[in-house]
Design a protein around this ligand. Sequence first.
Ligand code: MSP
Length: 659
Amino acid sequence: MEKKKFYITTPIYYPSDKLHIGHSYTTVAADAIARYKRLKGYDVMFLTGTDEHGQKIQRKAEEQGVTPQEYVDKIVAGIKELWKLMKITNDKFIRTTDDFHQKTVQKIFKKLYDQGDIYKSEYEGWYCTPCESFWTKTQLVDGKCPDCGREVELTKEESYFFRLSKYQDRLIKYIEEHPEFIQPVSRQNEMLNNFLKPGLEDLCVSRTTFNWGVPVTFDEKHVVYVWIDALSNYITALGYMSEDDSDYKKYWPADVHLVGKEIVRFHTIIWPAMLMALGEPLPKQVFGHGWLLLEGGKMSKSKGNVVDPVVLVEKYGLDAIRYFLLREVPFGSDGVFSNEALINRINSDLANDLGNLVSRTVAMIDKYFNGVLPEERQSGEYDDDLIKTVMDAAGMIDDMMDKFQFSNSLTEIWKAISRTNKYIDETMPWVLAKDESNKSRLAAVMYNLAESIRIISILLQPFMPETPEKIWHQLGIENGEYTTWESSKTWGIYPAGISVKKGAPLFPRIDVKKELEELEKEIEKKASEKPQQNKESSKPAAKAEAEKPAGKELITIEDFAKIDLKVAKVLEAEKIEGADKLLKLKLQLGDEVRQVVSGIAKYYSLEELKDKYVVLVANLKPVKLKGVESQGMILAASDDSNLSLITVDKNIGSGTTVR
Ligand code: MSP
């Protein structure tokens, strides 16, 4: 019989300098679902990837003096490493810089243009570069981006538009007729009431002021708006509109797009409207989960370090981190990440409850039965209640996993673990062992313990990639017929007569006080070594900005000699259209004339600048700012409210070296 298909996606990630534990949240959740579905026998397609185009990336690359491609390549390699470390089982990884993806985006854009769903006009409005979002004046909050609260830029440019407004009524109808489409339900109401019902405007879908994007084939000075480019990934990855579209035919429509709550809007309005325009079916569900926030207390001061998933995995182990992410916060709600909560969970749930249960059981079978468990079944009050609790967990989990209720699923599994620990206290095997006549009772107790652990270990598989195998090794069973998902639904199939093997503790206990002190020290050390990644904020770490380092590391005179500083005379200064902070300067350096763009418009008038002698970094790689080439950078001192150019205080010729 042909297997049932299941297609799940995460958002494709912006290649920001470092992914933090919040980013891992969507991916770990998607991985748990993918693993669960595979265990249930589905033919799973699990897609993740990176969203690499846009003005933000182009600017960052310019700041670092590298090409955007060089910039993204390095970061994407790091992201792939992180998913490997976290044992993410994605079947495909798409990059929006992949050639096949770009070609299909171009075909999609052309098709929509040819059929009149995309048209040319002029865009005038506000743009938030960090969010890559367009806003109308009335949507701004205190003149700032309503999503992230940062500055927006007034943009006016020739643009192509997508007829989003045309799809408004169909979208409302679709959402109302398919209550399962947007989950959780609260997000559905938000989309309907805040966006769809007040009315949709056509969407600006091309840009001309930068070029790091997919070019519009029939008008090459335009690049496709990043969200149109990015959302298309879910179908381009399957070969949509390509020579081999067999995966598209097989897996589309997606069963679920898992996304953070701030991007539900793009996935439930723009994306379905695009698909409607293309005449393709809509994804069955978009699930918007909550944010993992950082604690406002002491630990968060330098959280740039502590929320690094690589550090966490190396320190506490992968399964502990994955467990914490999925247990601590009900999927859909916001939750707080703190080291203390993590360590407490590791100690109580993992080391105490699960780890001890396994090691005690194996040690007792070893001691009382030389490691080989005899077949013995008995039923009595404790046995029946144990079996019921464990079988309830196994019975309920599928329904919960189908609804992405990870925390509830783990709570049920832990009820079974606690019940099994209680069974040891109730049956007191060490007392039974004192009397030979209790041997068969003792054997039955051991059997029940081992069987309960077998079932628990199977249920843990979607969440923990490493621990179940370790448990099977200790129980003496191979990954096979006694470890299938189905086999967790039947009590009593643990094969007696096999040898258990004592092993290392599954989760070593952590001394909370010592660990938190050590972490503090590490954080302080790291904070003095490198810039922090994230600022304290009540927003998700994703939205936090890099803090400035308190001081910079020492350099040698050779390092300094690499910078070619020259005195330059300002010949002309001129405003740049559409960029109210920038000025274009013509500078004289001896015989040479240079063009430099500088962000000093708010502090100097054009007349004031003329004939000034300033200091220029003359060997900086040229970059384009707002489409204007800048061949170097002039030096200035600035604080939050003021800026002063560095000038020379005696008459000295332009082109003179500053050393
Ligand atoms: N590139 C877009 C998605 C395009 S999909 C066609 C994007 N990328 S992102 O890198 O900013 O975010 C990727 C995912 O990480 C989002 O689902 C986002 O919600 C999630 N998270 C980032 N920080 C988060 C937390 N602190 N907590 C939970 N998830 C958050 O958006």
